[in-house]
Design a protein. Structure first.
Length: 211
């Protein structure tokens, strides 16, 4: 079997780190566990990353690039009607939580929970969490502007403020879901919460039959 390339090793470490932290938490996942799951030595780890925080930051950036590509090319593509864009975002959020294919574990947001667990003195982790949150807000704002442009809302709204509120709502909902582990409740509250915040016209609202 051919040895893994440095790029493959780096990508594997980042992917495993995100998965472990997402399923557990930032404090509980140590470098030793990440190396064990990745099948590499600590020496190999430190060849690629300065610290666990450095690994997490780079992993977050890589994860976001993957999500952003899907948002730009598919989920929020210009040829997709705005109400369908909203439904696409809902399905993406459920998919990320494992709720779109029958699984029942809610993991919350790895960026937000890691920043909360790392403490105020870990500036690297806090900084990347802020960046991830701002990225989410920017895409929610774009979605709201599309809904406004296509006259899908009940009343005029401030797109930037509504984008921030949507991001805050989703983060809070995912944290609540991580605590309570009630998938059906999260499905219902996610869809109806987004509809209510933006003021989506009733004719565009869908009922989640799986909820």
């Amino acid at each position: 079997m051919a040895a893994s390339s440095p790029v493959d090793t780096r990508q594997n470490l980042m992917q495993i780190a995100i998965e472990l932290i997402w399923h557990s938490n930032y404090d509980n996942v140590g470098i030793a566990e990440i190396c064990k799951q990745a099948g590499v030595t600590k020496g190999a780890f430190y060849h690629h990353f300065v610290s666990k925080a450095d690994l997490f930051v780079r992993a977050c950036v890589g994860e976001w690039e993957s999500v952003r590509a899907r948002l730009d090319e598919d989920i929020l593509a210009p040829d997709v009607p705005a109400p369908q864009q909203l439904e696409n975002v809902i399905e993406l959020l459920l998919e990320q939580q494992g709720c779109a294919d029958g699984r029942t574990q809610i993991h919350g947001c790895p960026f937000f929970t890691a920043a909360a667990q790392a403490g105020c003195d870990d500036n690297e982790v806090r900084s990347v969490a802020i960046t991830m949150s701002d990225n989410g807000t920017a895409y929610f704002t774009a979605l709201v502007r599309n809904l406004v442009a296509e006259e899908c809302l009940l009343a005029a709204i401030d797109a930037e403020q509504t984008g921030r509120i949507l991001q805050q709502f989703v983060l809070g909902l995912l944290m609540h879901g991580r605590i309570h582990q009630d998938v059906q409740q999260m499905r219902r509250d996610l869809r109806q919460g987004l509809y209510q915040i933006v003021g989506l016209q009733p004719r565009y609202r869908q009922t989640d039959v799986r909820a």
